[in-house]
Design a binder for this molecule. Structure first.
Ligand code: HEM
Length: 165
């Protein structure tokens, strides 16, 4: 490992950078399918699904984002490309994604889990009647989540299509 030529080490760090992108964001693209199926087939599973959602963001997405950033910093330094557009974009998108997950997605999912439990406990109807407040939170989660997914895709596009530094 210590004798590894710099060019090979660079390739390993690039692979780690890409692996971290997959680990951090892969599952997030499946959330819309999970939530629409859960809402239709078993609304009583929604509170636990919200808990799964924010736990994944805390334990997988945000730590993965730190690895993406650390590996990206090494790559940008090694290639001397700090002034390149795709690197500036990557930095900005890491800040936006981390900030929005911490400030919007995690607190909103926590609140949605609590509200879904409250609505389920109060509802004798079948299908379950969720409150307007809960519906507004799930709309926000879906909209902001979709925008974050698009930002990840656009960032991968800029990273993969840049020409030279
Ligand atoms: C959400 C954030 C990010 C995503 C999704 C992302 C994604 C990627 C992907 C898929 C590649 C491989 C492209 C290829 O080999 O063709 C890549 C390469 C790279 N990324 Fe990122 N990245 C992100 C953030 C960053 C940050 C913050 C930096 C710098 C601080 C950075 C710097 C680089 C560099 C220097 C390369 C190597 C380009 C090359 O080999 O020519 N990335 N990134």
């Amino acid at each position: 490992m210590l004798d590894m030529p710099a060019v090979i080490f660079y390739e390993v760090v690039l692979a780690v950078h890409i692996m971290a992108v997959i680990v951090a964001f892969g599952v997030t693209f499946a959330y819309p399918i999970m939530f629409s199926l859960a809402a239709r087939l078993d609304p009583r599973s929604l509170p636990v699904l919200h808990r799964i959602e924010y736990s994944i963001e805390q334990r997988l997405t945000n730590p993965g984002l730190v690895v993406v950033l650390a590996a990206g910093i090494y790559l940008a330094s090694k290639l001397h490309v700090w002034s390149a557009f795709y690197v500036q974009w990557g930095l900005a998108s890491v800040v936006v994604i981390g900030g929005v997950i911490g400030a919007v997605m995690i607190p909103t999912a926590k609140r949605a889990a609590t509200l879904a439990e409250r609505d389920l406990a109060a509802s004798n109807e079948d299908p379950v009647g969720f409150s307007d407040e809960y519906r507004a939170l799930t709309r926000r989660l879906a909209t902001v989540g979709t925008l974050l997914s698009l930002l990840v895709l656009v960032t991968v596009y800029f990273m993969a299509t840049h020409t030279g530094a």
